[in-house]
Design a binder for this molecule. Structure first.
Ligand code: 6CS
Length: 350
């Protein structure tokens, strides 16, 4: 109830601030009507992150292509609440665009938890990129998102997920009783329960202090995030586990979208492939450069898992696919099967 009231207040504040803009813009006005309009985009990460670079590139391209008729305001995480709040804001029209990830959408769209399953996507990021841009599973998910008031414009990867811990994690035994911080998604929890760990959902912005205070033993994120959130300062080991891929979605509020004129829709649709290609390179560079930075500024131990060690984790992760199907039902089974086929198809095309 309190959360619903806060969300309503946020929407009111955002609406008032929009109408208070000097350009007097209205989010749903067509850019070609003469007056500048303001579009708002929110994302779940800090300034300089993959999502922030994506949002700012969107801003740059839209402002350039609309010749200043559209102004884009970027709200990073923290300004408008956590990831889940941002998804709700998008659904309620408090913001027009949002970048989020399946972890934050898990309770609204359980089907997308397929991306939280471990050792399902490829170890080859080029294959995963094709799964995100050309796969059949994401098309099926797009229909489900739309029914829940979210139109997905783009799926992209933010890099492989890696484990960090106050101990080295190379076997299932190492995970017994291990307090692993996760995003609040039942399927992420199920993944770590399958290793005997104790998954602990904590908001992103509280992870550093929770690690520092030993309230949790480890966390999981792509390298760029481990660097920018400084998790390496409060962790002893960084495992190059690559058990899954962090997936981002660029979304728009469907009502806002429907009210846009054809030229504005066309402008957004034409830049999405450009954004997708751009962000693929950005995440690759950020994840590579920031690993070097972590090595330079800290004495965290980098642990390479052997193929055999990864195989043991993979084996233990397979039954979690049944948990997903049991929880999500027939639609979930269909998406899981499509995703497995997508991965096989793009692996074979290499
Ligand atoms: O672990 C998390 O909660 C977050 N990780 C990233 C890389 N982006 C946003 C998300 O909330």
């Amino acid at each position: 109830m309190i959360k619903k009231i806060s969300l309503l207040m946020l929407i009111v504040i955002l609406t008032l601030s929009l109408f208070g803009c000097s350009d007097g813009g209205s989010a749903n006005n067509e850019a070609s009507s003469g007056k500048p309009v303001t579009w708002r985009i929110t994302h779940e990460e800090v300034v300089g992150s993959v999502q922030d670079v994506y949002a700012n590139k969107f801003k740059e391209l839209i402002e350039e292509k609309s010749a200043g008729k559209i102004k884009v305001e970027v709200y990073p995480v923290g300004q408008l609440g956590d990831g889940v709040t941002q998804v709700e804001l998008l659904q309620d029209g408090g913001v027009d665009f949002a970048i989020n990830n399946p972890g934050a959408v898990a309770t609204i769209i359980p089907e997308n938890q397929v991306f939280s399953l471990q050792f399902l996507l490829s170890d080859d990021m080029d294959v995963n990129q094709k799964v995100m841009t050309e796969g059949a599973a994401k098309d099926e998910l797009n229909n489900i998102y739309l029914k829940k008031g979210i139109k997905v414009l783009d799926w992209f990867t933010e890099g492989f997920q890696m484990w960090t811990g106050n101990k080295s994690l190379t076997s299932i035994d190492d995970f017994k009783g291990f307090k692993m911080r996760t995003m609040a998604s039942p399927m992420i929890s199920a993944g770590y329960e399958a290793y005997g760990a104790n998954p602990t959902p904590i908001p992103y912005m509280e992870v550093y202090s929770s690690l520092q205070l030993n309230m949790i033993d480890g966390q999981v994120n792509p390298i760029f995030a481990i660097e920018e959130m400084k998790f390496y300062e409060v962790q002893k080991y960084l495992m190059m586990s690559k058990q899954n891929t962090f997936v981002g979605t660029f979304c728009v509020n469907p009502d806002f979208w429907d009210k846009l004129g054809d030229s504005d829709k066309g402008m957004v649709e034409s830049i999405v492939p450009e954004l997708n290609k751009y962000i693929f390179e950005v995440q690759e560079n950020l994840n590579t450069e920031r690993l070097e930075k972590i090595k330079e500024v800290s004495d965290i131990q980098i642990v390479e898992l052997t193929d055999g060690e990864r195989d043991s984790f993979k084996e233990a992760s397979i039954p979690v696919r049944d948990v997903y199907v049991n929880e999500v039902g027939e639609k979930g089974k269909k998406i899981l099967d499509l995703l497995i086929k997508d991965v096989e198809k793009f692996e074979n095309e290499k």
